[in-house]
Design a protein around this ligand. Structure first.
Ligand code: UDP
Length: 241
């Protein structure tokens, strides 16, 4: 049963979740409790009728740059990173379906026995039917992080916002974990993010969102219930538009 309609700011969203969010307090891999909490927050938003697709990172398992130059070629290391995103996508799919949310995983690297291949029109159809589509394996190309595929899929799906769920509640003047005087921005323009080199997302992702006029909302997905709260325009976050 869908929940009563709320006055939500966006109706079709791509949520990018970085892999490290899934680690919870651990140093590696997937923490089951955190996975469950993230799935609950996503389910809450879907129940309010939002069309939602997801791009999930792989940093909790493997990042290409970490092995590049240490005996493994950068491109091969990046393919390993893309495979890590598929593992996270399957984990999140399992957690969502357990609580009654219908999902499909689509991978940019075809993996017939595991999930669907990425097919744009099919993904749009899934969204229309109320299914959450999880895009895995990034762009299927090395030398990128998952930020750029998140922006690309948001544009391809015709999303009205790109949400970036991280462990920090917005964009700061400096790293708030290292610098206590760092201040959070309420809003920024795409140009400011690029000019100040704020490292919210890769520059290619920011410019793709600028060219397509899709706002980016940076918020903390670590806090329970925060995703819906931010969608209602409440709580703490930074908007880039
Ligand atoms: N990756 C890639 N191409 C893509 C997406 C991802 O090569 O289109 C690789 C890259 O090595 C990256 C890793 O997959 O480091 C995991 O993604 P990311 O670092 O973005 O994960 P996050 O920081 O979001 O957890």
């Amino acid at each position: 049963m869908p929940e009563p309609a709320l006055n939500l700011r966006y109706r079709k969203i791509l949520l990018k979740v970085s892999g490290e969010v899934l680690m919870g307090e651990s140093k590696f891999g997937i923490d089951p409790k955190t996975l469950e909490a993230v799935a609950e927050d996503i389910a809450e938003v879907v129940r309010h009728g939002v069309e939602l697709c997801l791009v999930i990172g792989g940093g909790n398992i493997f990042r290409g740059v970490s092995l590049a130059g240490k005996g493994i070629e950068r491109a091969s290391a990046d393919y390993m990173g893309m495979l890590a995103t598929v593992m996270n996508a399957l984990a999140l799919q399992g957690a969502l379906e357990k609580i009654g949310v219908f999902t499909r995983v689509q991978s940019a690297i075809p993996m017939d026995a595991v999930c669907e291949p990425y097919i744009r029109r099919r993904a749009i159809r899934h969204l229309e039917k109320g299914r959450v589509v999880i895009f895995a394996a990034g762009l299927g190309a090395p030398f990128f992080t998952t930020d750029t595929p998140a922006a690309l899929r948001a544009a391809e799906m015709g999303c009205d916002a790109l949400f970036k769920g991280t462990s920090v509640d917005g964009v700061y003047t400096a790293d708030p974990k290292k610098d206590p005087s760092a201040e959070r921005y309420e809003s920024l323009s795409y140009q400011e993010v690029l000019a100040k080199d704020l490292r919210v997302m890769d520059a290619s992702a920011i410019s793709l969102m600028r060219d397509n006029q899709i706002p980016i909302v940076v918020f903390s997905i670590r806090e329970r219930g925060n995703f819906l709260k931010v969608l209602k325009g409440e709580g703490v976050y930074t908007t880039i538009a």
